[in-house]
Design a protein around this ligand. Structure first.
Ligand SMILES: Cc1cc2nc3c(=O)[nH]c(=O)nc-3n(C[C@H](O)[C@H](O)[C@H](O)COP(=O)(O)OP(=O)(O)OC[C@H]3O[C@@H](n4cnc5c(N)ncnc54)[C@H](O)[C@@H]3O)c2cc1C
Length: 491
């Protein structure tokens, strides 16, 4: 690498980015910089450090060049300066739940700025707004919002996920059909930029940055605060789950066809729902309304899918959330939950009959006989009544407004290492669908980061037609590529 630096310099080129010799070699100089600026760190090799660099996904591990744990905005600014002035890429980390460990840089050698101390939740009950730190975890944040005037925001289901990554790249959950994505509810963000200044981004201040942050935020700065609009948490919610037993490929195809048609044309905005295809398949969700209305709304779908019975209960807001959290909302410190998996996604506007047939045939021929703990989740994301789809595709950088389903393919093992050869299982399943609709550029969700995508494919599928504008804004706000990653905008 030293020779390469010499070659580039001797050609008289200006280095376009921070790519330098092995950034891990910069550990000492960055640590010295952080220490001089009095930025708290986890020192390499310490217990805190070893715990902090354990990713949610055990399959994807990286070695940072340094690990800052700031407590003030000034310390975030100083950390960014230490990275940029020493040629080390800077990565913000909030909940550490990226499937590709992007919060650890997505590759070795980044300066990690761990935002765990930026986790406060302060509600203005009269204004229906809340300031929320990106380092908060969803379960803690939901509880704190509720404890301050029974407030809520739209967010994802898993209580350990960080506000930062979820919000900056999407955020789909149990309220999204009526309340939109988490990012749709951000009023403004406070951001430390690549040049280490602090700015506010909103529709009236730095609006191009605000546009970019809502769908591709990781490449544009370190967010230290979000101001959200809130709403009063609904009570008496109908939580439901039906067992689903497709007996054959054609029976699964019939069910998916019915679900897609219902999602597009009939699903009201107060019904949030998902099909969890796995060794035990379920249709589950939450309805914000009365039991009798719920029964009326669901009857046509249940009839077409051949479902009946089900477990149906009426729940408070917090019980609704914990039902889908599969555990307590309050999250332990330090957070220490991990899985070992490979994941992919598809965000189709529409699955053609051929695609549904291909998907169902693959399930019948392969997935059914796979003994690992795989699943394929169909979130009923878009359609005529969905608040997500009512926002224009270019209104924020989130590119998947018209996606009917948010499909998450997930293959995990509970027995140690994930053998790389197993990736062919999900790669083949996704390919069966995309091959059936060869002219379509399928969207994919960076919040379900797929480590098998090249950077070009990541840009094409994560941001579709919004990529060029993102790339232009990146050139303005981060020309030296201080905030880099293998799949991020501008990488
Ligand atoms: C168990 C589980 C359940 C999930 N459930 C849902 C769900 O219901 N709905 C849904 O939409 N998604 C869901 N996700 C996906 C989740 O939204 C993403 O993994 C998300 O990126 C995690 O955010 P994080 O802050 O925890 O992760 P991190 O790994 O810390 O960050 C993810 C990315 O965001 C960047 N980032 C983080 N904080 C900041 C910041 N302050 N400023 C700038 N950039 C930042 C990081 O650099 C990284 O690129 C789930 C994930 C898991 C593991």
């Amino acid at each position: 690498m030293g020779n390469l630096s010499f070659l580039v310099a001797s050609l008289g080129c200006l280095l376009p980015s921070l790519s330098h010799a092995n950034p891990l070699d910069k550990r000492a100089v960055v640590d010295t910089c952080l220490s001089t600026a009095k930025v708290p760190v986890f020192t390499s090799g310490s217990g805190d450090y070893n715990q902090a660099i354990k990713p949610f996904n055990n399959r994807v591990t990286f070695k940072p060049a340094a690990y800052a744990v700031p407590q003030t905005i000034q310390q975030v600014q100083d950390a960014v300066k230490c990275g940029s002035s020493n040629g080390v890429t800077v990565t913000a980390k909030s909940g550490g739940h990226s499937y590709g460990s992007h919060g650890l840089g997505g590759e070795d050698g980044h300066l990690i700025v761990d935002m765990r101390n930026f986790n406060s939740v302060t509600v203005d009950q009269a204004a229906f707004t809340a300031n929320i730190g990106p380092g908060g975890r969803l379960g803690n944040v939901a509880t704190a919002l509720y404890n301050q005037g029974k407030q809520a925001i739209s967010h994802g289901t898993c209580p350990g996920v960080g506000v930062g990554g979820l919000t900056l790249h999407g955020g789909y959950g149990l309220s999204s059909r009526g309340r939109g994505l988490t990012l749709d509810n951000v009023l403004e963000a406070t951001v430390v930029l690549a040049n280490s200044t602090v700015v506010t981004a909103s529709t009236t201040q730095n609006s191009d940055l605000f546009w970019a942050l809502r769908g591709a935020g990781a490449a544009f700065g370190v967010v230290t605060n979000f101001k959200f609009k809130t709403y009063t948490a609904p009570e008496n919610n109908i939580v439901f789950q039906y067992g689903v037993n497709p007996s054959s490929a054609s029976s699964l195809a019939t069910m998916l066809t019915a679900l897609q048609d219902f999602t597009i044309n009939s699903q009201p905005d107060n019904l949030n729902m998902r099909l969890f295809l796995a060794s035990q398949t379920t249709l589950s969700g939450v309805y914000y309304g009365s039991r009798s209305d719920f029964d009326k709304v669901m009857a046509p779908l249940l009839s077409k899918m051949g479902l009946s019975g089900g477990q149906i209960s009426t729940n408070t807001w917090l019980n609704t959330l914990s039902n889908f959290a599969y555990g307590p909302l309050q999250q332990a410190v330090p957070y220490d939950t991990h899985e070992t998996f490979f994941s992919k996604s598809l965000m189709p506007d529409y699955l053609s009959p051929a695609a549904i047939t291909a998907l169902s045939n693959y399930w019948n021929a392969n997935a059914r006989y796979n003994s690992r703990a795989w699943y394929l989740l169909f979130d009923c994301h878009g359609g005529n009544s969905s608040a997500v789809s009512k926002v224009a595709t270019d209104a924020t950088s989130y590119a998947h407004r018209n996606a009917t389903f948010k499909m998450q393919f997930y293959d995990r093992t509970y027995n140690g290492n994930y053998d790389p050869s197993w990736m062919s299982f999900l790669n083949g399943w996704v390919k069966s669908v995309t091959d059936a609709m060869p002219t379509v550029n399928f969207g994919m969700y960076i919040n379900y980061a797929d480590t098998s995508l090249s950077k070009e494919d990541a840009h094409k599928h994560y941001w579709k037609d919004n990529y060029q504008r993102l790339s232009d804004i990146k050139a303005v706000y981060d020309p030296k590529k201080v905030f880099e990653g293998p799949q991020l905008v501008g990488s």
